[in-house]
Each structure stands twice: as structure tokens, then as C-alpha cells.
Design a binder for this molecule. Structure first.
Ligand SMILES: NC(=O)c1ccc[n+]([C@@H]2O[C@H](COP(=O)([O-])OP(=O)(O)OC[C@H]3O[C@@H](n4cnc5c(N)ncnc54)[C@H](OP(=O)(O)O)[C@@H]3O)[C@@H](O)[C@H]2O)c1
Length: 278
């Protein structure tokens, strides 16, 4: 299934994640299998150090590049105008591709690390992102891990508005403020770690709902994300799980089930953008 980006380009949901997918055969096989199962949206990043294998998996799938949606991200050491341009060039070279469908700023520079220079750094990085669109090497640009305060200076100075914000989102981390800001600005929200890196799968509330539908806990969580109009990116290196995580449109959750999942206790499995030190 496709959602629509504010640019008018379609973006397939769910997307296939590759964080911590080991470079080499494991990654090549996972990406090829994912495409064989039906995913057409692959999420990688320079940080994951597996872009060469993602590119190889795509080529081995035999699927034409134009039918796929590929995302990468500029890493934190490469912020700023010139370095961001070079980082994108390197990602494209490693992927063996001549364009990206989506390029994201992986994390905002924050005040904890950069003091009152943080906003200017993010704005400078964004200028490079816009240049990449003008050069037609990137179709759509966006943010990742930007909460409302990080987003505001970029929005105020942008010639091309961010189309996406990719944030940690799952039961226990509802991100209401950031999602409200994204919706006000027409920004599509993507969920990273929708399964809480696998740690939400044993929750008894989710298990009960899964049993009722004859679905797995992973399918119930991913369906909950989709019904909240958020695009899940889900990672696995196991073919059966890759297949299972793609089968999300043959059932739906009712409003009581949606509310029960939304009221799970608070949980965060990754870093907070204001306190992150990398
Ligand atoms: N922008 C960012 O800062 C950021 C941060 C983190 C992640 N991401 C993106 O978001 C993607 C997803 O996040 P994530 O990888 O952290 O976590 P996730 O997708 O929530 O969870 C992945 C974990 O769950 C396991 N798993 C997957 N499907 C399963 C199933 N059906 N049954 C049981 N276990 C299952 C996987 O194990 P196996 O692989 O062994 O099957 C893996 O350990 C990433 O891969 C990456 O592309 C972005």
C-alpha cells in the first residue's frame, strides 16, 4: 500500500528497516527476501555501514529501481553544507544508485552538544538537502529525530519544506507533540523501532489482542501504527518474520483495541534527541 508524500510522490508502507543488519550476505539476503515478499520501501543510513549490501540486495531482487523507494540518512559527523553534499554522494556510490527517493538528516544537532550554534548547524545542513533536490540526486528530503523545537528553525528558513520526520514511535511512546507539529506542517511521520526492537512483543495486552485476531504480536503492533496514520519501518533478517511483518492489511483493530494498546506504560528504547551525545 502507498501513502502520499507532500511532494506528491507515493511512499510505500510498511518500510523495511536495516539498522544492525550485518553488512554482507545477511543484509543482501534480507533485502532481496523483503523485496520478494513485496516490500518496495527500504530504509538504510550511512551509519548502518551496509549501504553496499542494500544496493546489492536490490540488484539481486531483479526489481527495477523505479519501482522501489530507497531512503538513506546523513550521519551526525557530516552535518553542515559541504559535508552533507559529500555524504550523499558517498551513500549513492555505496548503494550503486544514481538517486535516492528520500534523504534524511539522521539526528538534529542539539544544544547539549552545540549550545546556541545548534539551530544554525541544522539550517545549514538543510540548505545542502535542498541543493540535493535541485541537483535531482534526491527526490524528497526530510528529518529524523527532530522534535518540535529542533524543527522550528528549519521550517522557518526552508525553501523546500521537510516531507518526513522519522522518529522513535511505538506503544508506550506516543510522541503526541511532535506528531501534532508534523501534521500542522504537512509532514509525514515514520516510526522507527515500531516493535521496540522486539521488546514489546511479550506484552500481555498485545498478546491477548493478537490471539483474538489469529495474528502475531508484531502484526498487531504494526497494524496499530498504520491505523494511527504513521508509517512503520520494521527490521528482520528472518524470512518468516519479514513475510509476517508485511501481512498487515487482512485485519483491523477496533477502537477499544487501539485505545488499550495506546495506554501501555511509557517506554523508550533509543536515545532522546535533546540528550543524545553522539
Ligand atoms: N532514524 C533513526 O534514528 C532510527 C533509529 C533506529 C531504527 N531506525 C530504522 O527503523 C528500523 C526499525 O527499527 P529497529 O530495527 O530498531 O527495531 P524494530 O523493527 O522495532 O525491531 C527489530 C527487532 O525485532 C525482531 N523482530 C522483527 N520482526 C519480528 C517478528 N515478527 N517476531 C519476532 N521478532 C521480530 C528483529 O529480530 P530479527 O532481525 O532477528 O528477526 C529485531 O531484533 C531500523 O531497522 C532502521 O531502518 C531508524
Amino acid at each position: 500500500m502507498n501513502l502520499l508524500l507532500p511532494t506528491g510522490f507515493p511512499i510505500p508502507t510498511p518500510g523495511f528497516g536495516t539498522y544492525k543488519t550485518p553488512d554482507g550476505e545477511v543484509c543482501v539476503n534480507a533485502v532481496r527476501e523483503a523485496i520478494a515478499v513485496g516490500y518496495t520501501h527500504i530504509d538504510t543510513a550511512a551509519l548502518y555501514a551496509n549501504e553496499c549490501s542494500v544496493g546489492e540486495g536490490v540488484r539481486q531482487s531483479g526489481r527495477p529501481r523505479g519501482e522501489l523507494f530507497i531512503t538513506s540518512k546523513v550521519w551526525n559527523t557530516e552535518r553542515g553544507y559541504d559535508k552533507t553534499l559529500r555524504a550523499c554522494e558517498k551513500s549513492l556510490k555505496d548503494l550503486g544508485m544514481d538517486y535516492l527517493d528520500l534523504y534524511l538528516i539522521h539526528w538534529p544537532a542539539n544544544a547539549k552538544q552545540f549550545g546556541d550554534r545548534a539551530d544554525a548547524i541544522n539550517v545549514d545542513t538543510w540548505r545542502a538537502m535542498e541543493r540535493l533536490v535541485e541537483e535531482r540526486v534526491v527526490r524528497t528530503i526530510g528529518l529524523s529525530n527532530f522534535y518540535t523545537s529542533h524543527m522550528a528553525p528549519v521550517l522557518a528558513s526552508a525553501n523546500i519544506a521537510p516531507a518526513v520526520d522519522q522518529i522513535e514511535y511505538h506503544p508506550g511512546l506516543l510522541q503526541e507533540d511532535t506528531i501534532a507539529a508534523c501534521r500542522e506542517n504537512g509532514i509525514l511521520v515514520e516510526a522507527w523501532s515500531p516493535l521496540g526492537r522486539g521488546r514489546l512483543l511479550d506484552d500481555p495486552v498485545i498478546a491477548g489482542i493478537a490471539q483474538k485476531h489469529g495474528k502475531s504480536a508484531a502484526q498487531v503492533i504494526l497494524r496499530w501504527v498504520i491505523q494511527n496514520d504513521v508509517l512503520p519501518l520494521v527490521k528482520s533478517v528472518h524470512t518468516e518474520r519479514i513475510r509476517e511483518n508485511f501481512d498487515l492489511f487482512s485485519f483491523s483493530l477496533d477502537s477499544d483495541e487501539m485505545a488499550a494498546i495506546a495506554s501501555l506504560p511509557e517506554a523508550r528504547f533509543g536515545s532522546h534527541p535533546d540528550t543524545v551525545e553522539f
